[in-house]
Design a protein around this ligand. Structure first.
Ligand code: BES
Ligand code: ZN
Ligand code: ZN
Length: 481
């Protein structure tokens, strides 16, 4: 979808939208005021009222779009609601009149545009019988505002929106199409943005001693991959920030098989890796002045004659051994080797990992916040702030030696599960055992956030793209300039 910025509304446009703040619908003039009153439209963020008018011979479609209190998130919500309303409505173009209603600044206009753009993502690849009237029609949003040409500033937002859309596609793709090797292929185009890609195959991972990641992968006929995406936008000598993603392209649970109903949802068990890949696309796309590396551990967790058994002991790249008591607690086994490799390869000062790691996280926080675990208060605060700013919210959970004790094993250095209680915390404690002294580390358990069963503020139900804007904001706020 193309977003354009112009100074004045085109009077011949036949679809026109008016952003309206909460409580300002009365000031709209006779026609729009009546339309608002009849539809009980009050300007709440994301609400829409539509009416038609005759302008000479021409019938016009007029929409009132609620932008609430006018906060950044309200404006995004408004733009998103407009796209949702018009996407398959037959309209190809909509003109948005930011010049007429209420005070606005350039940031407001850009936020509205961002919402409109984000909400446009959808995946139609597999719908061969979509009726013509159900196909997307909207392709251009033309925004009139008195703030001059915003296209240069918009370019950065567009790069971020493309990162989010990339993540949504990766997350939504079915597991027969998206598996470790094809995930890597999907990321190859990042090289065009200047991202350096490095791919490790099974043989190389074996040589490095990644027994935990390989243990998960061994039940699948799909070979695992470790993918590193490096963006060098900062000072050449600066240690990079490393993002690490859990990329389990399908999680059956392995021999500790998950129940059948709902198992299809585990196609998005690569949501952490998807977020990292999308964040790299955003960061490189807007040429961020920072050194950032995204590392994703890609495996499929399957039951098989060759699969890992409950009771197996694997040796991780760090040398520490793990008694695998439940093959469904596989994400931590993938992440621990990815963390060790990233530390050895990049000597980062900061690591942030993202993973759809535990069902317990969804029980704790539902679908509003992702869980945050960190060994560093500054990093935690910075990520929480980036999360608030980007509406990818985070809530911090504790770490402590008392929880750590719960994963001691009588036969190996640790086991891969703790008791049922506090399951998200013991998972985080497990990862912490692989983080080197002096590294600021945060773990984001996004199990409740990668996928939504109902429409959200800037996405339709399905893949949310959670994490991309959070990581991008964090880099913009803390590692550029
Ligand atoms: N991928 C799941 C976690 C998950 C569950 C994500 C639901 C999103 C929605 C993870 O690999 C898993 O199965 N974890 C187990 C851990 C347990 C065996 C200690 C869980 O949460 O049940
Ligand atoms: Zn699992
Ligand atoms: Zn999993």
């Amino acid at each position: 979808m193309d977003i354009q910025f112009v100074a004045q509304i085109d009077v011949s446009a036949d679809v026109v939208a008016f952003p309206v703040r909460k409580g300002e619908a009365e000031a709209l003039g006779a026609l729009l005021g009546a339309a608002a009153a009849q539809a009980r439209f009050d300007g709440s963020a994301g609400s829409i009222a539509e009416t038609a008018a005759l302008d000479g011979e021409q019938a016009k479609r007029l929409l009132l779009v609620g932008i609430g209190e006018g906060s950044e998130h309200d404006l995004e919500r408004g733009g998103a609601a407009l796209t949702a309303k018009l996407q398959t409505s037959g309209a190809t173009e909509v003109h948005v009149d930011f010049a007429g209603t209420g005070p606005s600044d350039a940031d407001d206009v850009l936020a509205f545009a961002m919402g409109a753009r984000l909400r446009n993502w959808r995946l139609d690849t597999y719908r061969t019988r979509l009726a013509d009237k159900a196909k997307p029609s909207l392709n251009t949003v033309i925004i009139a505002s008195p703030h001059g040409d915003l296209s240069a500033r918009w370019a950065a937002n567009e790069a971020i929106a493309e990162g989010v859309a990339f993540t949504q596609t990766l997350v939504a793709e079915p597991p027969n199409i998206l598996y470790p090797e094809s995930f890597v292929e999907r990321c190859q185009h990042l090289a065009d943005l200047g991202v350096e890609l490095e791919v490790l195959d099974e043989r190389q991972m074996k040589a490095l001693g990644m027994g935990a990641l390989l243990g998960v992968a061994q039940g699948s006929t799909r070979p695992p991959r470790l993918l590193a995406m490096r963006w060098n936008g900062g000072n050449p000598g600066d240690a990079p920030v490393v993002f690490i993603g859990k990329g389990v392209t399908f999680d059956t649970g392995g021999i500790s098989l998950k129940p059948g109903p709902g198992m299809d949802m585990m196609k998005w068990d690569m949501g952490g890796a998807g977020a990292v890949a999308g964040a790299m696309k955003a960061i490189a796309g807007r040429k961020a002045k920072a050194n950032v590396v995204g590392v994703v551990g890609l495996v499929e967790n399957m039951p098989d004659g060759n699969a890992m058994r409950p009771g197996d002991i694997v040796t991780t790249m760090s040398g520490q051994t793990v008694e695998v008591l439940n093959t469904d607690a596989e994400g931590r086994l993938v992440l621990c080797d990815a963390i060790s490799w990233a530390q050895k390869t990049y000597a980062p000062r900061v690591i942030v990992d993202l993973a759809t790691l535990t069902g317990a996280m969804v029980i704790s926080l539902g679908h509003e916040y992702a869980g945050l675990f960190a060994n560093d208060d500054t990093l935690a605060a910075d990520l929480i702030a980036a999360g608030e700013a980007s509406n990818n919210k985070l809530w911090r959970f504790p770490l402590s030696p008392a929880y750590d004790k719960l994963i001691d094993s009588p036969i190996a250095d640790m086991k891969n599960i703790g008791p049922r209680e506090g399951g998200s915390i013991t998972a985080a404690q497990f990862l912490k055992r692989f983080v080197d002294e002096g590294v600021a580390w945060a773990h984001l358990d996004i199990a409740g956030m990668a996928w939504a069963d109902k429409d959200g503020p800037v996405y339709a139900k399905g893949a949310t793209g959670y994490g991309v804007r959070l990581l991008d904001r964090y880099i913009a706020a803390k590692h550029e300039g």
